[in-house]
Design a protein. Structure first.
Length: 158
């Protein structure tokens, strides 16, 4: 959890530190700094706003996407093997109700895609590997991976 949200913790910490310094300066009578109180407050506000935006992006990444498709247990396992081979993804777990893909990527520092099988649909989540350094998928790699999975499933069923 820490590494997933790390990129939002850093700017938040900088913003809080800026507010602390502003509070400290306001209570010190002999401040002769270059920055005004207004500039310090705006800087802290920008850091905290950036932290909130990054937090929302990271939180959204944890949501599952629903794919309406009906696969029995055997079909599910077979499709996951087929997709792993075609997309060059490493299938680290493949059971009757659950599959997990992973691979290394230069932009996202690793992929972790989780697929949960239900009777008439799949739930899919693609995030950067939480065991690797934190990242924001600048190039929407996670969404692209989910779309690639959808295309492969539609080709297989159609």
């Amino acid at each position: 959890m820490f590494w997933h949200y790390f990129l939002s913790i850093l700017p938040f910490s900088l913003g809080i530190y800026g507010l602390y310094r502003l509070f400290e300066i306001r209570n010190t009578e002999n401040y002769n700094g270059i920055r005004t109180e207004k500039e310090m407050f705006i800087s802290a506000l920008i850091w905290i706003s950036l932290a909130i935006i990054v937090f929302i992006i990271k939180k959204r990444r944890l949501n599952f996407v629903r794919i309406d498709i009906s696969l029995n247990e055997l079909e599910f396992k077979d499709k996951m093997l087929e997709i792993a081979e075609k997309e060059n993804w490493r299938l680290t777990n493949n059971t009757k109700k659950f599959a997990k893909f992973s691979n290394g990527s230069g932009w996202t520092w690793g992929l972790n895609m989780t697929i949960l099988r239900f009777e008439n649909y799949l739930l899919v989540n693609s995030i950067c590997d939480p065991e690797m350094r934190s990242c924001i998928s600048i190039f929407n790699e996670n969404e692209r991976n989910i779309n690639r999975l959808k295309r492969n499933l539609k080709k297989a069923s159609g």
